[in-house]
Design a protein around this ligand. Sequence first.
Ligand code: HAM
Length: 432
Amino acid sequence: MISVLKGTHDVILDEARKYSYIEELLVKVAELYNYKEFRTPIIESNELFVRGVGEGADIVRKEMYTFLDKGNRLISLRPEFTAGIIRSIVNNKLYAINDFPIKAFYVGPNFRYERPQQGRYRQFNQFGIECVGVDNFYRDVEVISLGYNALKLLGFNNIKLKINSLGDAESTKNYRIALNEFFKDKIDSMCDDCKDRFNKNILRILDCKVPSDIEIIKNAPKISDYLSENAKKEFEDVLKSLSDLNIDYEIDNNLVRGLDYYTGVVFEYQYTSSLNKNYGALGGGGHYSNLVKEIGGPDLEGVGLAFGIERLASVMNDDNLFDDLNQKLDIYIMPFEQKYYEKALKISNYLRLNGYSVDVCYENKGFSQMFKKAERRNALFALIFGENEIENKTFVLKNLKTTEQIVIKDNELLEKLDELFELNEDEHEHNN
Ligand code: HAM
């Protein structure tokens, strides 16, 4: 037997329906904010992520699936969407019409060679948005509110929105110097990852989860003391607007996020399910001032966020936030004998063309087994015929919920179904 690869998982049957439900709702919310869909390739040049996400980011240094293709090009599977979306905006010169912002949403798989654990997969799905060409803090607030409102519409209460500001270039430069000063005589006693981060991206030390390191980090200088006047004012403006929109937040000075392109506001949506399981952040994002330029485009700033679909689905399962998503079947056709299969094939084709979901029992089963199959398929009606019905040009239609059964002339089938389903509109709508 060949098994699914470590860190990957099949999303099948009811689980797949849950993913679609989440994605459809998120897409609807993105459209309420006037975002347009982008579908960019899963494979990109390795250089895009090295330059875009940053050489110092763990996902680029350690977690990318990278290979040489047959043309000797260094290719990576995307570990995240943002760099590819910006590349597509630059390649397609969407900035040329000078009408900003450019608003993109996206859904699909990403790949990170992480250590598999609860809430962490090597192939996982994200929904996200990028808003590019922004020159004031209102877009930051709009993006944060989109994520917050989307979670509310999915049924979440008690979302913890953690927020921080990394400030502008001047702020982070001064802050890095202060961190360097603070950690330089402590780093030898810290974990190997922190040692690595000390040289490559010192801010990431703040994200360390090793208990003894956390104790040291508690006393490290705080970014809030190093923000320039401009950065401080902008952060205050964002916080005030969030309060005006009744969005609860919690400032977390250690929130630095794992990707190097952020400047200014960064945020994460956290939530602990009622089972007290920690799947990691449901989503996160932030503002980026240099990414578009870095990828060869003009000097435009952007802001965006992404949610992990796997994490949303796990938490929603734990907290019973899914409505009844069982796929229903309008009609299950039960021909009495094999000689009637051809008629069943024709009727099913005719009904499907008229908008009904239909399945047929071609498996030569007895009556009670056919009813069991109908039940397992969540069928609303059974359409039954045998010798008598063929002779009389009729069908038997049985309502599987009420068990009520009627005889219909075969030339009146569609008319009768339309009438019955109008009474049952909710169920039918659910399927179409
Ligand atoms: P990120 O924080 O790396 O940000 O990922 C966003 C979300 O994707 C996480 O909060 C989590 O829900 C999910 N996620 C990440 N890694 C995994 C994994 N291994 N398994 C399952 N879920 C995972 C970004 O990717 C940025 N591009 C977000 C952004 C957009 N910033 C600006 N624009």
